[in-house]
Unconditional design. Sequence first.
Length: 149
Amino acid sequence: MSAAVARARADLAAAAMLSDGGHVAQAVAGAFSAARHAAEAALLTIGETRSTDAAVVSGFVQQAVRQRALDPEAGRLLRSLHNRAMLADLSYEPVPPGEAAAAVRDAAAVVDAVQAWLDEPVRTVNGQVKRRAVPAAPPAPARAVRRRR
């Protein structure tokens, strides 16, 4: 299991604890965090990184779901979790109590779908079978080069 998927599972457990404790908005945010870490693991596998939550969601749907056959339901659930986390975080209205358990359930589905996709063997052009490899850490950002005048 990659570090990003392990982090996703840890965030998922924390979100479940928050949900059980009645901290609904925080549980929704934690559930999205878990799903986001799983999506980042998928993106890292294909050599992609994104800097914002919205960009991770968009990149995941475009690169992993549409172009590389990851379960489309995972993309829909990730986008939904992002929207629900934003509403829970930015709204002063109370989040319905059942929303926390639903968010944790949806995030678990995303994490499980990503893990299943990562575990699938990949056939190469020459017929060999290999596993997807998730890098231990995202690549370091490129340094900006300053030009002299």
